[in-house]
Design a protein around this ligand. Structure first.
Ligand code: ADP
Ligand code: MG
Ligand code: MG
Length: 528
């Protein structure tokens, strides 16, 4: 396991010599070439840094680690060194964030579009059907959400063959890791500030990542728009949450004085591509906002709707409801949780997300939005539409028999996705063929539970993955998530920003992603 650095004889000779042009350009990022002792030393320092700065999760094997803070801590899985990513695609992804925010808002207002697009899915997917029932009830009573808050994350992979940035999905509920991903970028900058010379890497090529501050700012602004100084922000959480520190960063920063890093871009002399080099300036901010944490079942027991529409939970008025649970059927084990979800939607509290925003983030809506002429229903600006469309991968409904036939012939080129969140739900490879054939035989409507998506094949990189205090070298692929924050009050858009990023890296042999689901590690970007 990792050790502090004692010797400076650092490069392994075996892989450095005799390289052709291609490996010369990529060899900078061939992290596997580094000497064992150097990596041991970086790993040791990184583990110390992670422990001291709160880059932490609860450990699986320790029983209370998902319920009692401070018990059974382990560092979050992370990549030892940042992942090379082309600056041009990085900028592209950043520029898309406000466009997707606006798109979500527009689509959320078209109740008919949401109901119709999901009508076949509703028949076969109980979870989606329950969400749609709540949505229908809100349409019936003509419920309006004047103040709308979105904390989104749009995820992308860089397709190697076409060299294009393609969207994996858009998350509108529980977009996680805004807290921890900020830390990973800081960790990598710190690592490169110490070891950069040896590694020939520049810490300033890791873009500053202020996702935690920017989520806090958005939640705080939403709270102040609600305009009840006594009201609190309620986090809806799972009863057992090993990723609780990611959430606690937000609640602590909402309450206490906290360092607010402002990233800005500077020009560095004599270096091309330099306008994305970022510096940080430290400011401080305090909101004094109280947050409470409740499970859906607790909201059912303690919540009530006051005559003026205020949601009170345990006697406390709620300004903002921030969902870090409620995205998976497992969060609704009984009617109690569904009652709570409905109660919250009926209230005047700002929901992040509202039921409409939640539905806009489903895979089925992603697929519907990718159909010809659909974006045009929601957006006017042709450039914006073209930019959004450029990042859409192939997406198909299964009632398209032509695509089902193609996917049965070449299942490795597709991913089959149900209407689920949280990782670990998709179908890949031969299982795509088997599932499609089974669905065809059954001849039922079950196919409406899924969409088909073009499988994206990103470039493989040489990564070093840290898990449970040990590192290992592996071939890996990465997924870039760009956070977006959106807040509006009636006609006034108060906030519509790109708000930091999350890089996740996983071994290339794994189909699924997801850090919490155990497939990927947290990473950051090294601009190339
Ligand atoms: P979830 O909402 O559960 O996170 P995703 O659509 O993000 O669902 O899929 C989970 C993971 O599966 C992604 O993080 C990614 O690693 C992988 N994945 C999803 N879609 C594709 C695709 N089209 N090509 C390659 N990998 C994919
Ligand atoms: Mg998702
Ligand atoms: Mg995902």
């Amino acid at each position: 396991c990792p050790k502090p650095l004692f010797s400076l004889n650092l490069m392994s000779k075996s892989k450095c010599g005799n390289v052709d042009d291609h490996t010369l350009t990529s060899s900078l990022f061939d992290y596997h070439r580094f000497d064992h002792q150097l990596l041991q030393s970086i790993a040791y320092d990184s583990l110390v840094w992670a422990s001291l700065h709160g880059l932490l999760v609860g450990h699986k094997s320790i029983q209370n680690s998902g319920t009692v803070p401070g018990v059974g801590l382990v560092h979050a899985p992370f990549a030892l060194l940042p992942n090379p990513f082309p600056e041009i695609h990085w900028k592209q992804a950043c520029h898309l964030a406000p466009l997707f925010n606006e798109l979500v808002d527009r689509v959320s207002l078209d109740g008919k579009f949401l109901q119709e697009s999901l009508s076949r899915t509703k028949k076969v997917d109980e979870f989606t059907s329950r969400l749609l029932d709540i949505h229908s009830k809100m349409l019936e009573i003509n419920k309006k959400e004047d103040i709308r808050l979105g904390l989104h994350r749009s995820d992308y992979m860089l397709d190697e063959q076409t060299n294009s940035l393609l969207q994996i999905e858009l998350n509108t509920i529980s977009s996680s890791f805004a807290g921890l991903s900020s830390l990973v970028s800081k960790l990598h900058r710190n690592t490169l500030s110490h070891y950069g010379k040896l590694l020939e890497l520049d810490s300033e090529r890791v873009p500053a990542n202020n996702s935690v501050n920017l989520f806090v700012e958005a939640l705080a602004k939403a709270w102040s728009e609600y305009n009840n100084p006594r009201a609190v922000i309620m986090f809806i959480v799972q009863a057992v949450e090993r990723n609780m520190y990611d959430q606690h960063f937000l609640s602590v920063y909402l309450r206490e004085r906290y360092p607010f890093c402002v990233g800005y871009w500077t020009k560095k002399k004599n270096v091309e591509l330099s306008n994305m080099i970022s510096k940080e300036k430290m400011l401080y901010n305090t909101h004094h906002i109280t947050t409470i944490r409740k499970t859906l079942a607790e909201v059912d027991q303690e919540g009530e709707l006051l005559p003026d529409g205020t949601l009170a939970v345990g006697g406390q008025a709620i300004a903002v409801i921030y969902f870090r649970a409620g995205y998976t059927p497992a969060d609704f084990p009984s009617e109690s949780e569904w009652r709570a979800r409905l109660l919250m939607e009926q209230s005047s509290a700002i929901k992040c997300p509202s039921i409409s925003y939640h539905l806009v983030g489903t895979k089925k809506i992603q697929q519907e939005l990718a159909k010809p002429n659909v974006l045009e229903r929601f957006l006017e600006n042709k450039d914006d539409i073209a930019k959004l469309r450029e990042c859409f991968a192939g997406l198909w409904s299964l009632d398209d028999s032509d695509i089902a036939r193609k996917a049965i012939e070449r299942p490795e080129l597709y991913v089959m996705k149900p209407q689920r969140e949280g990782g670990g739900n998709n179908i890949y490879g031969d299982a795509v063929r088997e599932t499609l054939q089974k669905l065809q035989k059954a001849g039922s409507q079950e196919d409406a539970a899924y969409i088909l998506m073009q499988r994206i094949f990103p470039t493989t990189s040489a990564a070093i993955l840290m898990r449970d205090g040990c590192w290992h070298k592996d071939h890996a692929i990465s997924e870039l998530g760009i956070y977006g924050t959106y807040l509006r009050n009636k006609d006034k858009v108060i906030m519509n920003n790109q708000s930091g990023y999350l890089m996740r890296t996983k071994v290339s042999s794994s189909d699924e992603g997801g850090v919490a689901a155990g497939f990927a590690v947290l990473d950051s970007v090294y601009l190339t």
